[in-house]
Design a binder for this molecule. Structure first.
Ligand code: CUA
Length: 464
């Protein structure tokens, strides 16, 4: 009897939990109403079977309670009952599978008029590529990948010349137009999951996977990686921004094409030298930095990283958080520079050879070495930095500055701005450094990585 009551309570609680729980399907933001219908068909079939089976168990427990006077019968074959059970199960399974097959066929049958966007996953971020005016994506190959060409577009392929590479994890789409996402991975298996759009697909190295959908509303949503892909998996998120068609066209027209980026002036160090005159008061004439002015060593810094940070300061994505007093000191200097000056000064700073000086932070290097493994996945085992992972060089930087930036990321002083997606990724990544001791240990290990390491091919012009 107690078991029967327990089963009834379990049943009631499960049903109530479903209807009262806050975890319902997210509001739908695409055309895939059919996927919701499939999910609810599955739910009702499973729900009905669950209720029926539990009620049957309760009934059996009550009906066949132990009774001394009752004799059991033996009934090895019951054709009629078996026919019923087989029939009902067949209908149930068909109801579970058939709608999914129909919707799946639809999901991978791309309409003729769909425009294409390429999605590239890598540990641990997403990049996107639009086909440009010819509507055709250029060929890519891993042998073409490099600092100025993170997606490996074939420089010889005419179709790729007007391709537009978006080097930030923001997927912009026009509302109401069907889009086909063609996806591939640069390293391991990822999964591009857009829960509000009910779309989700594995992203595999060496293969293309694809699906299509039509964004239904203007707004902002999130895509996440739904395949455990390493230590930074949880930070592998991307924003989906659905815009009015005109707004989208305007934005796309403003983006430089692959050919334009390749032709960009890499910056003239001699002009940069004049621009750098304004920086010397704090950063030193050889870019060696100065703790007294809170200016980190920047000598040898990769041009792409310096340009990006200058641009972030200028746009107000860095140096504007209420508690970022040192960032606020930097901002007016970035405000003075136009894009060409940023290129020039970055080229000059890259050639500087000032050293950050002796270590100011000490800690347990062995412990720091273990903690650094997580950092090394992006910043390189020797702290050399990787353009392709958007990770700057750490070796040879001012240790006090690195420690402060870790704290800034952790405390929300840096990386919170929506225009700073890689900063926000760092917020996720530094969470594993729990206290000051961790910070000191990891920074003291970075100090051992030697200033000699230089960023991978960091002189190229490409990709802002
Ligand atoms: Cu990529 Cu998880």
């Amino acid at each position: 009897m107690a078991i029967a009551v327990a089963l009834i309570l379990l049943l009631a609680a499960s049903v109530l939990f479903y209807f009262l729980s806050p975890w319902q399907l997210l509001p739908l933001a695409s055309n895939w109403k059919a996927i919701d219908t499939t999910i609810s068909i599955s739910f009702w079939v499973c729900g009905f079977v669950f209720v029926a089976v539990v009620l049957f168990m309760v009934w059996s427990i009550l009906r066949y309670r132990y009774d001394e006077r009752r004799r059991s019968g033996y009934d090895p074959e019951n054709k009629k009952l078996e026919a019923w059970l087989t029939g009902l199960t067949t209908v149930g399974i068909a109801a579970l599978l058939a709608p999914g097959l129909i919707v799946w066929a639809d999901f991978v049958t791309v309409p003729e008029d769909a425009h294409r966007v390429a999605v590239v996953g890598s540990q641990w971020h997403w990049q996107f590529r639009y086909p440009g005016e010819d509507g055709e994506l250029g060929a890519v190959h891993v042998r073409h990948t490099g600092p100025g060409n993170p997606l490996g577009i074939d420089p010889e392929d005419p179709a790729g010349q007007d391709d537009i590479v978006i080097d930030e994890p923001v997927l912009r789409l026009p509302v109401g137009l069907p889009v086909e996402l063609v996806m591939t991975s640069r390293d391991v298996i990822h999964n591009f999951n857009m829960p509000h759009f009910r779309t989700k697909m594995d992203v595999l190295p060496g293969q293309m996977s694809y699906f299509w959908f039509t964004p239904a509303d203007v707004g902002e949503w999130q895509a996440i990686c739904a395949e455990l892909c390493g230590i930074g998996h949880y930070a592998m998120a991307s924003t989906i921004r659905v815009l009015e068609v005109s707004e989208f066209d305007e934005w796309l027209a403003r983006q430089p094409t692959f050919a334009q980026l390749q032709a960009l002036d890499p910056g003239d160090p001699e002009s940069g030298r004049a621009v750098y005159a304004r920086c010397t008061a704090c950063h030193g004439d050889r870019g060696q930095g100065n703790p007294a002015t809170n200016a980190p060593a920047i000598a040898g810094m990769e041009p792409w990283y310096l340009r990006r940070q200058l641009q972030l300061f200028k746009e107000g994505a860095r140096g504007t958080a209420p508690d970022d007093q040192y960032g606020a000191q930097m901002k007016p200097f970035a405000d003075m520079l136009d894009r060409q000056q940023m290129r020039d000064v970055a080229a000059w700073v890259h050639g500087l050879e000032g050293s950050a000086g002796s270590a100011t932070i000490s800690g347990d290097e062995q412990r720091g070495r273990r903690l650094y493994r997580t950092c090394g996945n992006c910043h390189g085992a020797d702290g050399e930095g990787h353009r392709i992972r958007n990770a700057p060089r750490l070796a040879g930087t001012s240790d006090w500055y690195v420690a402060r930036q870790i704290r800034n990321f952790r405390d929300g002083i840096r990386g919170r701005h929506p225009q700073d997606p890689y900063g926000s990724q760092m917020i996720g990544m530094v969470q594993y450094l729990n206290d000051e001791e961790d910070v000191h240990d990891v920074v003291s290990y970075i100090n051992t990585l030697g200033a000699a390491a230089t960023g991978s091919g960091s002189t190229s012009a490409g990709g802002e």
